[in-house]
Write a protein that binds this ligand. Structure first.
Ligand code: CO8
Length: 372
């Protein structure tokens, strides 16, 4: 018989700075007015297209986002900067990814009731590598005094669930008994705040999870099934890379940042994920009404609601069934689904829930769990 493996505890970190829709729109619109004024002659001659204002009403209707927590509100809203201020990283201090991951990891270890000495590995999954090497996971392992091995992995918005899946596989194979998974998502340095279709979407945050054979925490869920799929798409891309320094063809930094065809993502990913989850439930002989919580990737509130309504066959359901921390935190890239799990961890013993990420790749990972 396959051994039982649990999500034994989780912890989250998010910055204190918070930006409302009105604040982000006010900053963006000031940038637009300034741009249009500076380019007035070219705009009048029809040589440059004027920029259009953003709006709080559009953001709330299109995404469900009301606020986002960020590492540096002041510089993001300053129209002469439009990005957070961060330091170059080097050996003189812990990397930002390590600092926030350690904060979240301490809470996860506390919930899981495990000490660093009981952990056999650290897996860090994130959408953006902080550097090429050494792995930030090894830095975290060293700082927390964890033995065994550690490594970083990148799977866009599915980095968290894919990392949990790796942890499960390593435990199931006997390589480890307890693994710390950390998912720092410091996205705002990579957001182009001068783009109307993107400026409102992302926040910063980090989640950590302890995956273990050990089950002596009141927060734990047994992992029942995992299912993964990837399908190549150019609809969510970032071409930033170490090759940039040597590239022959000219591109601006802005061209290398995150960009997406959000509408196509919406239209293609919703049916893909709904069918994927429905077939997973069928394969496991689980009725849709047995799933008491859908902790889904927080890219867009409409997307979460559409996917759940396709799975359960009605759009008449309570947000309690599919929580939406996106309202407060914005899109936290891969950390979103486990943020939802951490903040809405209220199933009764024996009840089932489903964690599912989806995003760049495309990549999807769905994990069915049962409250112990
Ligand atoms: N204010 C006013 N109007 C606007 C704005 C704005 N801010 N932005 C766009 N509009 C306009 C458009 O120009 C368009 O006008 P028109 O009809 O005249 O062309 C109209 O509003 C409608 O635009 P859209 O069709 O684009 O609007 P949608 O209803 O599709 O909403 C969303 C846009 C919110 C982006 C939506 O498409 C969405 O959420 N899609 C899903 C995207 C998604 O899931 N992406 C995954 C990204 S996360 C991920 O995979 C990890 C990546 C790593 C993180 C990167 C961090 C930097």
């Amino acid at each position: 018989m396959m051994e039982e493996i649990y999500i034994a505890g989780t912890g989250i970190w998010y910055p204190q700075d918070k930006i409302s829709n009105d604040e982000i729109v006010c900053s963006y619109n000031a940038y637009v007015d300034n741009y249009n004024q500076l380019n007035e002659n070219e705009i009048n001659k029809g040589e440059v297209a004027p920029l259009e204002h953003s709006s709080t009403a559009f953001i709330e209707k299109a995404s469900g986002i009301k606020t986002r927590h960020v590492i540096d509100k002041k510089n993001i809203l300053d129209i002469n900067k439009m990005m957070p201020a961060v330091d170059h990283e080097d050996e003189s201090k812990l990397s930002i990814h390590a600092v926030v991951a350690i904060e979240a990891a301490k809470k996860a270890m506390h919930q899981a009731n495990v000490k660093p000495s009981e952990i056999d590995a650290v897996i860090l999954g994130t959408s953006h590598a902080a550097r090429n090497y050494p792995s930030v996971a090894i830095e975290i392992q060293n700082e927390l005094g964890i033995n065994g091995y550690a490594y970083d992995m990148l799977v866009g918005c599915s980095s968290t669930t894919f990392a949990i899946n790796n942890a499960y596989s390593d435990i199931a194979s006997g390589l480890a008994e307890t693994i710390l998974v950390v998912n720092p998502e410091i996205s705002t340095p990579f957001v182009n705040y001068a783009r109307r279709d993107i400026h409102f979407i992302f926040g910063d945050g980090c989640v950590a999870s302890v995956i273990s054979k050990k089950n002596d925490s009141k927060h734990s869920h047994k992992i029942i099934d995992r299912k993964l799929i990837t399908k190549f798409s150019n609809n969510i891309r970032s071409d930033w890379s170490y090759l940039v320094r040597a590239a022959n063809n000219e591109k601006s930094y802005d061209d290398l940042l995150f960009y997406q065809n959000g509408n196509s993502v919406f239209k293609e990913v919703c049916p893909l994920v709904a069918e994927f989850i429905s077939s997973q439930l069928k394969d496991n002989n689980i009725q849709t009404n047995e799933i008491k919580k859908f902790w889904l990737h927080q890219a867009n509130a409409r997307m979460v609601n559409l996917i759940v309504s396709k799975i359960i066959g009605t759009d008449n359901f309570d947000t309690n069934l599919a929580p939406l921390p996106i309202e407060k935190f914005g899109n936290l890239a891969s950390a979103g689904s486990m943020f939802a799990y951490n903040l809405h961890n209220d199933l009764e013993k024996g009840e089932k829930g489903l964690i599912c990420s989806f995003g760049a790749g495309y990549s999807v990972c769905s994990i069915i769990v049962e409250k112990t």
